[in-house]
Ligand binder design. Structure first.
Ligand code: 13P
Ligand code: SF4
Length: 291
């Protein structure tokens, strides 16, 4: 079973069995009966597949494909913070863009596709600590009205979009709608007509009553959208320096590396069982709560 995230290059998307967002990929990884899951995305996504389906062999084209959000919240730092603040009795919600070690310290996981739903189901009497994305966390607070303490992490790709860069492209296409990922800063989210996960962008663009749509997220999304919405003019959101934004980690995967990992069934994702089991509980809670 070849799973690919929406940010993978077009050639990889074309041969995948399923292309989607983190949430859709987690459901697919849990449900598959295939013996081998080939995960084209970044490491935490392949690790999530192993956590929810440990009897399968999970391989990925490049095991060094990391994520700046994952790096911004090391498990030992979160552990120390929770111990220092034990009196607060935090309910910890982790965005799925984090390591298995961080997942193991949390009560529930969320993705950008279900974050509002998950936060709305958090116990009302407990303070929430949201890790590791301060921008997604701020957006969830704006949308739900629920106060949360935010870990100071961000996605190095999405913070490259600025109020200036998006205002300029809006001036060029005054009739365009703007759809942005919630990992963008508030200054950018305020310019968007819709803020949503990569998968919801597909539905939004299909149903939008206009031709021109500015898509403020990683560039791989444009391939998926152009394939699914051939009648729309999909314009990549620019940064101050570039016409679009690439995630260097997502782009570490290539068709050649994918061929090699299929041929060699390597590199694999391995996890120590007690850590895996602790990381699985909050993931299963998420899958249950986001139905
Ligand atoms: P989605 O879950 O919306 O696909 O986002 C994943 C991601 O890494 C965004 O940068
Ligand atoms: Fe991580 Fe950002 Fe790349 Fe998504 S786009 S994988 S959040 S670094």
């Amino acid at each position: 079973m070849i799973l690919a995230h929406n940010y993978q290059t077009g050639d990889i998307q074309e041969i995948a069995d399923y292309v989607g967002d983190s949430l859709g990929l987690a459901y697919q990884a849990k449900a598959t009966e295939a013996d081998v899951i080939v995960f084209c995305g970044v490491h935490f996504m392949a690790e999530t597949a192993k956590i929810v389906n440990p009897s399968k062999t999970v391989v990925l084209p490049d095991k060094d494909a990391g994520c700046s959000l994952e790096q911004s919240c090391p498990a030992d730092q979160l552990d120390a913070f929770l111990k220092d603040n034990a009196d607060k009795n935090y309910y910890v919600i982790a965005y799925i863009n984090c390591s298995g070690g961080v997942k193991a310290l949390c009560d529930v996981i969320c993705t950008s596709g279900n974050a509002l739903k998950i936060v709305q189901q958090a116990p009302a009497e407990r303070p929430i600590l949201f890790v590791p994305d301060e921008n997604l966390g701020a957006w969830v607070m704006e949308q739900t009205g629920r106060k949360m303490d935010l870990w100071r992490g961000n996605c190095y790709v999405h913070v490259e979009f600025t109020r200036d860069s998006i205002s300029k492209i809006k001036e060029e296409y005054p009739d365009a709608l703007v759809v942005a990922h919630p990992e963008c800063t508030q200054a950018v989210r305020l310019l968007a007509d819709e803020v949503c996960s990569t998968e919801k962008m597909v539905t939004y663009c299909k149903e939008a009553p206009v031709e021109n749509i500015i898509v403020v997220t990683e560039s791989g999304m444009l391939h998926r959208l152009r394939r699914e919405c051939p009648d729309k003019n999909l314009i990549a959101g620019p940064t101050d320096h570039c016409a679009c934004a690439d995630c260097r980690y997502m782009k570490m995967n290539t068709l050649q590396k994918l061929r090699d990992c299929l041929a060699n069934l390597s590199p694999t994702v391995e996890m120590e069982e007690s850590l895996r089991a602790r990381a699985e509980a909050p993931l299963l809670r998420m899958l249950e709560q986001s139905k």
